[in-house]
Write a protein that binds this ligand. Sequence first.
Ligand code: SAM
Length: 271
Amino acid sequence: MEDAQLYASANAMQKRDALLVLTEFLPQMAWQEEGEMILDIGCGSGDVTRNLLMPLLPRVEKVTGVDLSHEMVNFASKTFQHNSLAFQQLDIERVIQPRQVFPEGFTKVFSFYCLHWVKGQENCLTNIFQLLQPGGETLLVFLASNPLFTMYEIMSQKPQWQQYMQDVSNYIPSYQHKTDPVQAMVDVAEDVGFEVLSCEAPQFEFVFENINYLKNAIKAVSPFLKRLPQEQRETFLMECLQELAKLKTCRDDGKMAARYHLMIAHFQRPE
Ligand SMILES: C[S@@+](CC[C@H](N)C(=O)[O-])C[C@H]1O[C@@H](n2cnc3c(N)ncnc32)[C@H](O)[C@@H]1O
């Protein structure tokens, strides 16, 4: 997922969910009078960081957005300039000793729609733990499961697409096939040393006004599309939509709906 411009124009579902979760959880967090250092992991094109997170924070703080993708970071840095905001490349799974990168650490760490891309959940949570100052809190929001990934698994079995999707399992969220995803996440968090303030994976529904919105949303996040020859991309996308429809994503009114479970985890690094 590297086309920042496309992502920024096709992330209505992600923005809706970030807003819902922030509205509920920001008031539950302990806020200092000053000196809050905020990190947003997997900031992507930066619009959630700049336009949703920053205005909802109790006061304007120093905010840092990090992302694996240089292209996303470059786009975010150019598009959203603000005295209290900076963007930087960082792989939250693979960074070694993250406090060498951010010596002061952070008082709050947020992440929206990113951690389902991360296979090494333990590494990732360990790094978040280390990045937090003692007493700091993290709010992690990501897909616990989504029929989109079942659709990828089905597509990867088809002879026409197999060769482009051999590593499909790398793109299936860690908790997609767990019988109790919340407990699995809590277990990792507690092993790392976090105090679990809450962790849940409720079902959400997002209705796409027409099929093109859904198609663009898939286009914006599909890791496979750019591997295909240009002339096969449209066929691939149309088949993705057909497979999704078979997974009961089509409503009675003909609109397509995404029904998925969102992991919402609120942890604290003990004092
Ligand atoms: C779907 S976008 C979410 C962007 C934004 N947070 C939002 O809610 O719209 C997911 C982002 O996570 C980033 N990402 C994936 N794996 C990552 C990792 N290991 N470390 C940091 N960022 C990562 C991707 O590059 C991508 O920009």
